[in-house]
Design a protein. Structure first.
Length: 386
């Protein structure tokens, strides 16, 4: 008997208060890296009605107008009018930024750039699967694409009633092979979209537009059937949104940022951190490894873990789990990883070119599965020496 299981992933838009904060933190990081690629940045942000605050530790030679960077980010998202609950022109901006602790700095500095120590301890995960061309889980891909499509239509003015804050959720039905445990997506079971809107639009118009202009163009007919369930703005009203509706904080959407609940997560957020922080660079390297293994046909899906100690260059451990989908054993795959990838943070930074100001765009739409953009260097599989 074939087992059928359900799995769900969600996504949130650039106007969600937590995502606003991720983008502010990464915009500040980019502004520093653009002038000083060796900047040390650990910048958090929070927001609530009428205010944004950036706080943390920054050591850089860059001269940055942080106030303007923050306002520009809020404007780009689309919060440009008090009627939307937030306005980049009038919001208060607060800063509490200090230099990096010298105790931390002395542990990661090195004359040899390849041998810098890890910026902190921690363990990071990478995941890949062959169920989509992005080598990402279908649930996560569809949830992300729904939000991307909705955001594009809002910016174009096609959906004039749409406001920046939105969420999506997709549940897929998978077929589970009883012998191997391999999961094969079969259909979309449920779609949920909740989007902030103007006060003058009807629920009927919202649901019609979401179905015709967002869902149908994004979710291929092969995944939909007459039993697929749709919950479109199920609360009935979503006028108050963004920071006015909920407080926001950097790093609270780490599952949206990664694999939608598949695989695993070490707990460390990405945004606002320069690449010496292995929460970011280690996670990017783990995804690079996982995608390279799947792209090489060595497994159908795989989870990779790496771990570090602060001030130590070489990783403490490397773990590979192919979920019994591999053409080689996990021990053999681990040996392949160790022989093909140098996971010292300095080497990862150099090989993936992580000192570029590329991070603001990673802070919305997911850090992984972004095809066609060379800035996402960790999405380019490495040719492995077998």
């Amino acid at each position: 008997m074939v087992d059928r299981v359900l799995f769900t992933s969600e996504s949130v838009s650039e106007g969600h208060p937590d995502k606003l904060c991720d983008q502010v933190s990464d915009a500040i990081l980019d502004a520093c890296l653009a002038q000083d690629p060796l900047s040390r940045v650990a910048c958090e942000s929070c927001c609530k009605t009428g205010m944004v605050m950036a706080f943390g530790e920054i050591t850089t030679t860059a001269k940055v107008d942080f106030n303007q960077v923050i306002r520009n980010t809020v404007e780009k998202i689309g919060y440009d009018d008090g009627a939307k609950g937030f306005d980049f022109k009038s919001c208060a901006v607060m800063l509490a930024l200090e230099q990096q602790s010298p105790d931390i700095a002395q542990g990661i500095h090195s004359v040899d750039a390849d041998n810098i120590g890890a910026g902190d301890q921690g363990h990071m995960f990478g995941y890949a699967t062959d169920e989509t061309e992005e080598m990402m889980p279908l649930t996560h891909v569809l949830a992300t694409k729904l939000i991307t499509r909705l955001t594009e239509l809002r910016h174009k003015g096609t959906l004039a009633w749409a406001r920046p804050d939105a969420k999506s959720q997709v549940t897929c039905e998978y077929e589970k092979c009883p012998k191997t445990g391999i999961l094969i997506p079969k259909r979309v079971h449920t779609v949920v979209i909740s989007t902030q809107h103007s006060a003058d639009v009807t629920n009927e118009q919202i649901r019609k537009d979401l179905m015709e202009q967002v869902i149908l163009p994004v979710i291929d007919a092969k995944w939909r059937d007459e039993k697929t369930i749709y919950h479109l703005n199920p609360s009935g009203r979503f006028v108050i949104g963004g920071p006015q509706g909920d407080a926001g904080l950097t790093g609270r959407k780490i599952i949206v940022d990664s694999y939608g609940g598949w695989g695993a997560h070490g707990g460390g957020a990405f945004s606002g951190k320069d690449p010496s922080k292995v929460d970011r660079s280690g996670a990017y390297a783990a995804r690079w490894i996982a995608k390279s293994l799947v792209a090489a046909g060595l497994c159908k899906r795989v989870l990779v873990q790496v771990s570090y100690a602060i001030g130590v260059a070489k990783p403490l451990s490397v773990y590979v789990n192919s979920y019994n989908s591999g053409t080689k054993s996990d021990v053999e795959l681990t040996a392949l990883v160790n022989s093909n990838f140098d996971l010292r943070p300095g080497v990862v930074i150099r090989e993936l070119k992580l000192r570029r100001p590329i991070y603001q765009k990673t802070a919305s739409g997911g850090h992984f599965g972004r095809m066609g953009d060379p800035d996402f260097s960790w999405e380019c599989p490495k040719k492995l020496v077998l």
